[in-house]
Ligand binder design. Structure first.
Ligand code: ZN
Length: 335
């Protein structure tokens, strides 16, 4: 079999457009400057992990999955996804882009066109569960500790309002419930964390998710849904349409900063839940709304969030790189 010459390979790679090639197999949608979909290389149920970077961008014409690590260009996608050899992947692209490769037919029969199944519906939790399942009166170390902080009088007065606005509540077993309600008011998730009476998270216990709680899992059936985790506090975007937005790592920091600064019209505080949880999906509403967005990673996360920021490609989002810690925010509350 003749070897395909380098010039032809280069012409084909130049002609290939990753969005079209991946789009033949994966349903893609816009995510900032990128495209995203469910990763075909692992059992993916969260969009936002699998990114296709358009050709026109720097480092573009590539795909990448942040979960399983799959990455490459159109040729590598075809080889992996369709099990093609390198020459056959080149020939496949040659056919698609009408570039003559050689007279060897592609040793591959494309599967009959099939509708790409849409991802399962987004998980939505009934609104009335918010107050019914989580209650302020449940004993709660985090909320009790918040009241012990050295607030000024005005700040202390508005603390219960801040907690109410952010939907921070107790759970019957003493954990704290941080509801994750999206910018349109859909309740998508809740994170349950146990705090010690010194305000630190109990590191012995991993954060829990509401859809995995006994008695609730059966009712929500998370396996048949796509689970999304909006930024904690995202439901406040509608109430403060002109506020610039600060995004921090931990829910605790967001609540403290919101209460400390008070006027949310001047700046909203949202949390992604941890260093590794900042993703395109949760940032999309902020980008679409053209908000001024400041990302405030803890000091060890500046570089990582700058990379996410670069991928977002939105000029309204910036990483705040100055050292930022208050004396009572001193631990990573991430999962
Ligand atoms: Zn993957």
């Amino acid at each position: 079999m003749p070897k395909i010459d380098d010039l032809t390979i280069r012409r084909i790679k130049d002609a290939a457009n990753i969005e079209d090639v991946v789009g033949e197999f994966v349903q893609l949608r816009k995510a900032g400057v990128n495209r995203t979909g469910l990763c075909p290389f692992h059992d993916d149920r969260h969009t936002g992990n699998f990114i296709v970077r358009p050709k026109r961008l720097k480092d573009g014409n590539t795909f990448r999955c942040f979960v399983c690590g799959a990455k490459g260009d159109s040729v590598e996608f075809l080889m992996r996804h369709e099990g093609l050899t390198f020459p056959d992947a080149i020939r496949w692209l040659g056919q698609k882009y009408s570039i003559l490769v050689d007279d060897v037919p592609v040793n591959y029969t494309p599967p009959p066109p099939r509708p790409v199944p849409p991802p399962p519906p987004l998980l939505e939790i009934p609104r009335e569960w918010v107050g019914a399942l989580a209650k302020r009166q449940h004993p709660n170390n985090f909320i009790d500790w918040l009241y012990t902080l050295p607030w000024g009088e005005a700040e202390r007065k508005q603390l219960s309002r801040t907690l109410w606005q952010y939907c921070v509540m107790g759970w019957k077993d003493g954990r704290t419930t941080f509801w994750q309600i999206d910018h349109e008011g859909h309740v998508r998730c809740a994170k349950l964390m146990r705090y010690l009476d010194n305000g630190h998270r109990d590191k012995q216990e991993h954060p829990g998710w509401i859809y995995n709680q006994p008695g609730i899992r059966e009712r929500l059936d998370p396996d048949q849904h796509t689970i999304i985790r909006p930024l904690f506090g995202a439901h406040l975007l509608a109430r403060y349409p002109d506020a610039p937005v600060n995004v921090v790592e931990s829910e605790k920091t967001a609540v403290i900063m919101a209460n400390y600064y008070g006027d949310l019209h001047q700046g909203l505080w949202l949390a992604c839940g941890g260093l590794n949880w900042l993703n395109l999906d949760s940032m999309q509403p902020l980008i679409d709304q053209g908000r001024t967005v400041w990302l405030w990673p803890d000091r060890d996360g500046i570089e990582q969030w700058q990379q996410v920021c670069a991928k977002l490609g939105a000029d309204n989002v910036r990483v705040y790189t100055d050292f930022f810690r208050t004396h009572y925010v001193s631990e990573d509350d991430g999962p």
